[in-house]
Design a protein around this ligand. Structure first.
Ligand code: NAD
Length: 259
């Protein structure tokens, strides 16, 4: 394993850039750390939402959401004020778009719900939002979906917990809460891409939320080189071919500049 953030980092960059250039199939997994420099806090980093307020985890539980109308009202208020509405892609997002368009990127699996990889210009058909998207609402009863802006307009107009206009069911953002299943088609496609990749980048993620965190393990056990870029240690660092510890919005553009 090569460790970053010392004078050997430049040499490490050269090595990893060569791996990327030579790779037959590149898969990237991103997490909340990719969007912190766009003003969207992560959950578990030093300034993370859950680090500062552990009770906020309840907002991400589907059982609590369904059973507690007060929590739903709070969730809608937070959605109205979510930093994603004003956020713009940062240099890490732009570097990953550059990776796709100028070098190669077969699949970008993101745990983020903020839509910033789309905004940065990665092709929608190469992005899997494995935990869903904040940019749509969905009904927990009939499954109907629509643009989040329509639901937020109803909240602004005075409905503090808008219900489904089709069936009266509970509405929620089209994100995957704890207790909800991931889309099996997306998960199978992500696992297949990880298994057949020869270079896997895990970027800005604590690698603690499964099954997404299992993707780099699948890649490594099938012989891919796994490269971790994260501000803090991750459980996968020992299996990684290279670990950069630092800011994704500095490291990714520096890596791309060598390609
Ligand atoms: P996480 O909060 O568990 O971990 C984020 C990691 O990124 C931490 O280890 C932190 O040290 C690191 N980090 C933060 N800023 C960084 C930076 N600028 N450079 C390098 N590293 C940085 O996030 P996760 O692993 O993605 O998973 C948690 C869940 O959080 C996911 O399910 C995701 O859906 C959700 N989430 C998404 C968003 C978003 O859409 N932007 C924001 C918060 C949480």
């Amino acid at each position: 394993m090569i460790q970053g953030s010392d004078p050997s980092t430049a040499a490490q960059m050269e090595v990893v850039a060569r791996w990327v250039a030579e790779a037959r199939s590149v898969v990237v997994l991103t997490g909340a750390g990719v969007s912190t420099d766009s003003g969207i806090p992560d959950f578990r980093g030093p300034n993370g939402i859950w680090t500062k307020d552990p009770a906020a985890q309840r907002l991400s539980s589907i059982d609590a959401y369904v059973s507690d109308p007060e929590l739903r009202r709070r969730a809608w208020k937070l959605r109205l004020e979510h930093p994603a509405w004003k956020a713009r892609p940062n240099p890490a997002h732009l570097a990953l778009a550059d990776l796709e368009h100028r070098v190669r990127l077969d699949l970008l699996v993101t745990q983020n719900i903020d839509g910033l990889h789309h905004a940065a210009g990665n092709s929608p058909d190469r992005i899997i939002e494995i935990h869903g998207t904040l940019r749509e609402y969905m009904c927990l009863s009939c499954g109907s979906r629509g643009p989040m802006e329509q639901a937020l307009d109803r909240v602004r107009a005075g409905e503090d917990d808008p219900s489904c206009l089709r069936c009266g069911g509970i509405l929620k953002s089209a994100t995957v809460s704890f207790g909800q299943s991931l889309d099996p088609v997306d998960l199978a496609r992500a696992a297949e891409a990880a298994a057949t990749s020869d270079l896997f980048l895990a970027v800005g993620t604590s690698l603690t939320v499964f099954p997404a965190a299992g993707l780099p393990e699948i890649a490594a056990s099938n012989g891919a080189r796994v490269v971790v870029v994260n501000a803090e240690p991750t459980p996968l660092d020992g299996q990684a071919a290279s670990v950069f510890r630092g800011s994704v919005s500095t490291i990714l553009p520096a890596l791309l500049s060598l390609l």
